[in-house]
Design a protein around this ligand. Structure first.
Ligand SMILES: NC(=O)c1ccc[n+]([C@@H]2O[C@H](COP(=O)([O-])OP(=O)(O)OC[C@H]3O[C@@H](n4cnc5c(N)ncnc54)[C@H](O)[C@@H]3O)[C@@H](O)[C@H]2O)c1
Length: 284
């Protein structure tokens, strides 16, 4: 297939790797001045920098958009894509939180969300979220496309900002920041709590199956009646999001991890996450 990648930042480059590794021709469009340099790590027979947006999408079968998380940008871009991409091309957005219904044009039956978790060349989930204007055929083709790449698409039934994965992530992150701000733990200590408990648990069972097992032979029913109320009555923290308070958390995170380069940390993350997925059977 011919795939246009629009936006070659963290997510666009990771999608590019996945698409190229599956033998597709990838054209990448991004105004960044160092685009040719960052694409040098890929096989030039498969991946090339497009001269502009029109060049990237001219004969694309699929467009995967990964530009700025900005409503006006996505509105303008998708209006152009509907006009310039071939009529059969699927128009997918990686948006983390903005539903397609907020930016798809009136004739946007091919526009929908294909939201990955970072990095999409490692983590299998893709949230497929149609708007009310998206056709059933586009949803079916998006699911087939992501499955053909060894991903695990999950089609969601309603559009909500942040979809499912990021709403869960945001809830946990709010509490994590609040616990650090209250001085309960440092960022590295909080990470150690998660990596040694919720992380491996959730790599194998989700929150509901985990809770069903947490109730012992009595299952989720027993858990909700037994410790359910003491858990649901816990008041969760409200982090201080002022610039000064945020700066203090950023500095604490940089102090914990700033002695290692991005490349070093990302390589260790990819290697260990792929090892986990190879055991849980999710690696494809
Ligand atoms: N980082 C994540 O963890 C993550 C995960 C899933 C989804 N997303 C979503 O993916 C999208 C990209 O996020 P990111 O983290 O890769 O951001 P990023 O800042 O790393 O990259 C964005 C890229 O878009 C480029 N860009 C700016 N204007 C453009 C234009 N007119 N045409 C083409 N490219 C343009 C920038 O030069 C930059 O390279 C966002 O919508 C984000 O919500 C991010």
């Amino acid at each position: 297939m011919k795939i246009a990648v629009i936006g070659a930042g963290t997510i666009g480059l990771s999608w590019t790797k996945l698409f190229a590794d599956h033998g597709h021709d990838v054209r990448v469009s991004d105004p960044r001045a160092d685009l040719a340099d960052v694409l040098r790590e890929f096989d030039p027979a498969r991946v090339r920098a497009a001269a502009d947006l029109a060049d990237a999408v001219r004969d694309a079968d699929v467009v995967q958009e990964n530009g700025p998380e900005n409503l006006e940008f996505k509105k303008d871009l998708f209006a152009t894509l509907v006009e310039q991409a071939p009529r059969h091309a699927l128009l997918l957005s990686s948006s983390s939180a903005i539903p397609a219904g907020a930016f798809a044009p009136a004739d946007g039956e091919r526009v929908l969300i294909g939201h990955p978790f970072n990095p999409p060349h490692v983590l299998p989930l893709v949230e497929v979220v149609p708007s009310e204007r998206t056709s059933e055929d586009s949803v079916r083709r998006a699911v087939e496309f992501y499955r053909s790449l060894g991903r695990t698409p999950v089609v969601e039934h309603k559009e909500v900002p942040g979809f499912v994965g990021n709403r869960l992530q945001a809830a946990l992150q709010r509490e994590a920041v609040s616990l650090v701000q209250q001085g309960v733990v440092s960022p590295a200590e909080l990470d150690a709590v998660v990596v040694n408990s919720l992380g491996p648990r959730w790599a194998t069972v989700g929150p509901f199956l985990g809770a069903h097992l947490g109730g012992g032979p009595g299952g989720y029913r027993h858990l909700t009646s037994h410790i359910g109320s003491s858990m649901s009555n816990l008041s969760v923290g409200k982090p201080d999001t002022s610039p000064e308070a945020t700066e203090r958390v950023v500095e604490a995170v940089e102090q914990a991890y700033g002695d290692k380069s991005y490349e070093e940390l990302a390589e260790a993350r990819d290697r260990t996450q792929l090892a986990i997925l190879s055991v849980t059977g999710e690696e494809k």
